[in-house]
Design a protein around this ligand. Structure first.
Ligand code: TPP
Ligand code: MG
Length: 223
C-alpha cells in the first residue's frame, strides 16, 4: 500500500488536514488509515478539539498520535494543561484514549495495531498518547536549562533504542553482528544521500512553485 507524508509547520495544523485524508479513505473504501502525529503543545490548539470531534462524529479512519515529550518549546506540559494525560480528553469526543509508554517500541506497536484495525473496521478514530521525553533542546542553541537534571537522567535510562536492542539480543532475534551490519548499511545510505545532494545542481528559480499549487493552477489554466 502506498503512503504519503505531510509535515505542517503550524503547531496543530496537521490535525484538520488528516481528516481530509481519512474522509477520502472512507469515501473510496480503500482501507487506508491516516496517522496524525502531533505534540502535547498542539493538543491545546482549537484545531485538536475540532478535529477529534469531527473525526469521531464521522467515524473517520484516523489514528491521532500525541507524542507527549512533555515540553512545547520551553513550556512544560504541567504548565499548559490542568490534566496529566492528554488521552483523558478522548472521552469528551466519545473515542478511546489510550496511554502507552512511548519509549517502548513494542508497546507502541501493539497499541498502534489495535487503533489501526479499529479504524479499518469502520469503528472510528483513537487518540493514542505516547509518553516520552525530549532529550535535547527544542532548537540548536537551546541549552534546555528549564529541564530537571534528575528527570533527564531517569529518562536517559529509558532510551527506546538501547532498550529495544537489548530486547532483540535477549530474545536471540538479532546478534550484535546483525545490528552492526544494519548500522553500517544505514550510515552508508546517509553518506550516499549527502553525496548525491551535494553533487546535484541547485533548483532553478522558476521551479519554486512546482508541486506546490501545481494541481490547482493546472485546473484553473484549463478553464
Ligand atoms: C500555530 C503555531 N504557533 C506557534 C508556533 C511556534 N512553535 C514551534 S514548535 C512549538 C512547540 C510545539 O510543541 P509540541 O506540540 O509539544 O511539539 P514538540 O515540538 O514538543 O514535538 C511552538 C509553539 C508554531 N510553529 N505554530
Ligand atoms: Mg512536546
Amino acid at each position: 500500500m502506498d503512503s504519503a507524508t505531510a509535515c505542517v509547520p503550524h503547531v496543530g495544523g496537521g490535525l484538520p488536514i488528516s481528516l481530509g485524508a481519512g474522509l477520502s479513505s472512507k469515501y473510496l473504501k480503500n482501507g487506508r488509515v491516516c496517522i496524525s502525529f502531533f505534540g502535547d503543545g498542539a493538543s491545546n490548539q482549537g484545531s485538536f478539539h475540532e478535529s477529534l470531534n469531527l473525526a469521531a462524529v464521522l467515524d473517520l479512519p484516523v489514528v491521532f498520535v500525541c507524542e507527549n515529550n512533555q515540553f512545547a518549546l520551553s513550556t512544560p506540559q504541567s504548565y499548559s494543561q490542568r490534566i496529566q494525560n492528554t488521552a483523558d480528553r478522548a472521552p469528551a469526543y466519545g473515542i478511546p484514549g489510550v496511554i502507552v509508554d512511548g519509549n517502548n517500541v513494542l508497546a507502541v506497536y501493539e497499541a498502534a495495531v489495535k487503533a489501526v484495525s479499529r479504524a479499518r473496521k469502520g469503528q472510528g478514530p483513537t487518540l493514542l498518547e505516547c509518553k516520552t521525553w525530549r532529550y535535547d533542546g527544542h532548537f540548536t542553541g537551546d541549552t534546555a536549562a528549564y529541564k530537571d537534571a534528575e528527570e533527564q537522567a531517569d529518562w536517559l535510562k529509558k532510551d527506546p533504542l538501547p532498550r529495544y536492542i537489548q530486547y532483540l539480543e535477549d530474545n536471540h532475534l538479532f546478534t550484535a553482528e546483525h545490528l552492526q551490519a544494519i548500522d553500517a548499511r544505514v550510515l552508508h545510505e546517509v553518506d550516499e544521500a549527502v553525496r548525491f545532494a551535494a553533487a546535484s545542481p541547485l533548483p532553478s528559480p522558476e521551479s519554486v512553485g512546482s508541486d506546490v499549487y501545481a494541481d490547482m493552477t493546472e485546473e484553473v489554466r484549463s478553464r
